[in-house]
Ligand binder design. Structure first.
Ligand code: UDP
Length: 253
């Protein structure tokens, strides 16, 4: 295959120029990072699992009318997506107190929140992705008031969808992060869900046992990350049910 032009390499993914204008090939790496890349490892199978899982969630969202960048999966590690102009925000939705919120407010991890809470961090690794109020987002022109209303309602729809899907397989969706991009159809601008949705960007707790099935397994040294992600994929029917371990290379294209 002709050598493709690399557009961007991030911590967990590489973006290549796609075959058509306005498309991108998103390659999922096995690399895991935490604490702003202070902690790093390569986890066999993670990229293939996240490629599959992100495909599953993005297709599901499209199915309920939430627009996403996903076009099609190309192979074990790559998917074709629409090129977007990314809004430099991490849009975080929380159902249960955990992570940075629990720390900031001195709350116990696991406390149910009175309602889902949407918050925004400014995407800048050198600053550690600081939490920003909507006022900043609008004042600095990253998005306008209407965009922000659309982003919040989209984030809450994603939350309802993902919470339901996970609940159906015995998993509590504690919190998650999405990224939003702009696309233009002629002169008409639309906001769509971009980046990825995977256990790298969600907190997932087994409802019965409380077992963590997300990147906290890596962040907090709680066991084998690929095992946790394989369990999520298996429950969702994204893997054939006879696959019990991510290191078994039985993912089918
Ligand atoms: N998150 C993410 N990327 C980030 C920061 C957070 O995907 O750069 C996800 C994280 O996995 C969790 C949610 O967003 O599901 C909320 O994360 P939190 O603010 O609690 O930060 P953390 O504890 O991950 O530092």
């Amino acid at each position: 295959m002709a050598r493709r032009k690399k557009i961007y390499e991030g911590k967990a993914k590489i973006l290549y120029e796609g075959p058509e204008p306005g498309t991108i090939v998103q390659y999922f790496k096995d690399d895991a990072t935490a604490f702003n890349a202070e902690k790093k490892a390569t986890i066999d199978g993670k990229g293939a699992l996240n490629n599959r899982l992100s495909e599953f969630f993005m297709k599901g969202l499209a199915g309920i009318g939430v627009p996403t960048h996903f076009i099609k999966r190309l192979n074990m590690r790559e998917q074709l997506v629409r090129q977007v102009e990314i809004i430099p925000l991490e849009v975080i939705v929380r159902n249960v107190a955990a992570g940075s919120m629990a720390k900031r407010l001195g709350m116990e991890e696991g406390a149910q929140l009175p309602r889902p809470i949407v918050e925004f961090s400014y995407k800048d690794d050198s600053l550690g992705d600081p939490l920003v109020p909507e006022e900043y987002v609008i004042a600095f022109g990253w998005a306008n008031q209407q965009d922000m209303e659309d982003i919040v309602s989209m984030a809450l729809r994603v939350n309802d969808f993902l919470s339901g899907v996970f609940f159906g397989v015995g998993i509590k969706l504690v919190d998650f992060k999405i990224e939003i991009g702009r696309v233009w159809d002629n002169d008409f601008m639309r906001l769509i869900v971009a980046d990825e949705i995977s256990p790298d960007s969600c907190r997932l707790w087994d409802i019965e046992t409380g077992r963590k099935l997300d990147k906290d397994v890596f962040r907090r040294d709680l066991g084998d990350l690929a095992d946790a992600y394989t369990e999520v994929a298996r429950r969702l029917g994204v893997l054939p049910s006879n696959v019990t371990h991510a290191h078994t290379p039985t993912l089918i294209n």
